[in-house]
Design a protein around this ligand. Sequence first.
Ligand code: BTN
Length: 325
Amino acid sequence: VNEKRKQLLSILLKNKGKYVSGEEISQRLQISRTAIWKHVHELKKDGYQIEGLRKQGYRLLEASESLQPSSLTPFLQSTWLGHQIHLFEETASTQLEAHQLARLQAPSGTIVLAEQQTQGKGRLGRPWFSPKGSGIWMSMIIRPQIPLSHVPQLTLLTAVAVLKAVHKATGVKLGIKWPNDLLFEARKVAGILTEVNAEPDLVHYVIIGIGMNANQEEKDFTPDIQHIATSLRLAAGKKVSRKALILHILEEWESLYELWLEHGFTIIKTLWESHSVSLGRFVTARTVNGELAGFARGITDEGVLLLEDEQGQVHKIYSADIETP
Ligand code: BTN
């Protein structure tokens, strides 16, 4: 993004609603009046509502809600995550785009966003409904130097990061259902899909997909998921800013990741457990090998769920759908 435009935007943002004179801007940025006019024109194209009056200068009325990289980057607080953003108006799946970019050596921290996915992927080969404009459909390319067995930790870390970001951006408090569903009052708001390209001892890259229902209304959900899904808008009682959510996710994710690199999984695990709605409850796990009921006791460092049955025997659940009565 053009550095001068970024500076202009930051001046206007700091004075949101108030006029800043052309002269002041021109002096601070060391550019001509015509150059300012051109930058304002570009910002307007990006969705910023800016008013210009010859005698008064320019004032910003509404920041842009666009997910264009140029309107996200000036606000990024992270130091490396999200410093490359690709936005697709429509794509089959941001996961597929991310894999392709990763194969082409895209750096760690590259983000792929889409307004709409036509073949959104959920866990266990399920489809993920990704209608236009209302959700956050995002994949991150990460290149951690870790063994394959540590990858699930990143999924759990992501659940915590997204939950924190949602709270900061909207005030809504979500709970985590094992393994990584984010729920509001027992309905799913967001899901995480981690895919990895690795050898047993060496991870080449990880693609972490986050799907979040942001601004859907009740009627926007298809009948088959209406009773199990909800959106942040429905939870908060007002529209939410996808832009603010994305920025917070990137910031929270990066800082948890740094914490994890430095101190290991213990802190993340504690955070995950403290927000879990599954632990300590009697649940039914539907696995490919059948059903198992018991108390969810905890998770291991591999992200495995420990389920204690009524005979007191503890089972390791690697993959399942959890049902709470
Ligand atoms: C789940 O089953 O809960 C995981 C859903 C993950 C959906 C996201 S949306 C962005 C990324 N692209 C995809 O195709 N899937 C993930």
